[in-house]
Design a protein around this ligand. Structure first.
Ligand SMILES: NC(=O)c1ccc[n+]([C@@H]2O[C@H](COP(=O)([O-])OP(=O)(O)OC[C@H]3O[C@@H](n4cnc5c(N)ncnc54)[C@H](OP(=O)(O)O)[C@@H]3O)[C@@H](O)[C@H]2O)c1
Length: 255
């Protein structure tokens, strides 16, 4: 059994590769040239090139599909993976992909549709924002309300579930929401750290990023949505899949 992971050099991909390695599974990491990851095999691929993707996935028993963060053509990248006819496909989506106001969520809803209509044995995972997105600092600065609440999920819990559904039976044609066990604001997280939370103007936040075009617009829409609604979720599905309580933010910060 060889399981392929796309977008494998990103933070999600590396966590999923590690969780698969912990189960003794052989992995094939699909990365862009120049990236080095811990995997049984590494293949260089541009996910936008369907023939490269088909070659890279030849012979694998399953693929974990991680699309690049805020990519302008996520559904077409997912279509390239599906065209390779891998028998088992697990797609890394997002919590509440149906929120049309966030283009990168909506793109994941459109990508989910492709799985539903495919001939693959599929599973969809829908993680909330990772607890690891908030890096400890004296001042936690975000371009949205510091009081908006999120069901931050531990990326290691998500990776454990990904490895589980890729290697165990019983998950065909399921869609799982993966949300953390608490509803926390950035102010709450700052309090856990003994730090301060501060809302910064999105225009100032962008000054520190190289983002342009679709990625910038999508994140701008996300900040507006987060500002008004946060991203709440329910942890019961994750608890069932972990067979324990999901990891709390304080435990992630302590780690
Ligand atoms: N962060 C969260 O809280 C969160 C929550 C739920 C879902 N997600 C979803 O998780 C996914 C992964 O997020 P992430 O933060 O792990 O992303 P990431 O760290 O940016 O990793 C994405 C990887 O994709 C690679 N990549 C970019 N364009 C590519 C292409 N054309 N062909 C092949 N590889 C390409 C990148 O390569 P380079 O390193 O060479 O650029 C990078 O290694 C995203 O779809 C995101 O929406 C994230």
């Amino acid at each position: 059994m060889v399981i392929a992971v796309t977008g494998a050099a990103g933070k999600t991909g590396r966590a999923v590769l590690a969780a698969l390695a912990a189960r003794g599974v052989e992995t094939r990491a699909l990365v862009r040239p120049g990236q080095v990851v811990e995997a049984t095999e590494t293949v260089h691929v541009d996910l936008a090139d369907a023939s490269q993707v088909a070659t890279a996935l030849d012979g694998v028993s399953a693929v974990y599909v991680i699309a690049p963060n805020v990519h302008p053509s996520e559904p077409s990248l997912v279509a390239n993976v599906l065209a390779a006819d891998v028998p088992r496909v697990v797609y890394h989506s997002v919590l509440h992909p149906a929120i049309e106001a966030m283009p990168h969520h909506w793109a994941k809803a459109r990508s989910e549709e492709l799985l539903l209509a495919s001939s693959a044995d599929w599973t969809i995972l829908q993680p909330c924002a990772y607890a690891q997105n908030l890096q400890p600092a004296p001042v936690l600065q975000v371009p949205y309300s510091v009081d908006a609440r999120f069901a931050f999920v531990d990326l290691l819990d998500v990776a454990f579930v990904a490895a589980r559904v890729l290697t165990e039976s019983g998950h065909s044609y399921a869609t799982y929401q993966l949300a953390g066990p608490e509803l926390l604001s950035v102010s709450d997280v700052a309090a856990l750290l003994g730090a301060r939370a501060e809302r910064v103007d999105p225009n100032d936040w962008y000054l520190d990023t190289p983002l342009r075009g679709y990625a910038r617009d999508a994140l701008g829409a996300m900040f507006l949505y987060y500002d008004a609604h946060g991203l709440p979720g329910n942890a019961s599905t994750l608890a069932t899949l972990l067979a324990r309580e999901p990891t709390r933010m304080s435990e992630v910060l302590a780690r």
